[in-house]
Design a protein around this ligand. Sequence first.
Ligand SMILES: [Zn+2]
Ligand SMILES: [Zn+2]
Length: 233
Amino acid sequence: MSKRLSPACQVHPSTRADVVCQKHKEFLCTRCLINGEHARCDIRELRQMTSPSEAVAIHLLVLTNIAKAKLLNRNRVEEEIGEQEVVVATQMDHFLDLLKRKLAGMKNDCVNKMREDFEKKAELAEQLKEKRDIERVMELLHAEVDILLEADSQPQTPRKLRENQSMSEVEFLRHLDKKRQAQKTLSHLKETKIRPTSKFTLAFSLIDICTGRRRNFGKAALDVRSIHIEQDN
Ligand SMILES: [Zn+2]
Ligand SMILES: [Zn+2]
């Protein structure tokens, strides 16, 4: 009828099959047969299957195996696409982490810049400039009070007793002058109040993300071009 088919063993594709297992519908070589996996199966020797219906049956079995292999191949494609989904999702996670890190860095820079700017602004504030003047006056007042209170407790000299004076005229005038200086400085300081206010404006490019105007995280692309493989069936 048709040319004699000599299918390959399904476990050892480089070896010609000697028998067919009717139960598992598999072509087997002698090695597989000895293996014992098909010990309870109905085994037929291919050599003896010569009738036209047997030949067609063998041919159909060969076709079944080809179909099985092709189906397996298609199933594998589904699996591989699933694997690609994992790969791309991992890449997205990577970018998400990177963005988080970069944003945290940008925010830190922003905080540092704010501190620098606010400090500069504070230096310009009249109240803070005056603070230093007040501090200087207070230091002076402390020192003067100490000196003047100490002066009378010093041992009296005949000259001091005669003049009823604990220090020389020149010295005393110097202290009076310092008193006037302090008075003048304090009278020049007006009582004003500053109420600091501040605000933060998010960068333009980031506002769009927050408001949802920019929603696109990226684009995943899958290429399913086929590669044809030479087959000998
Ligand atoms: Zn085999
Ligand atoms: Zn079997």
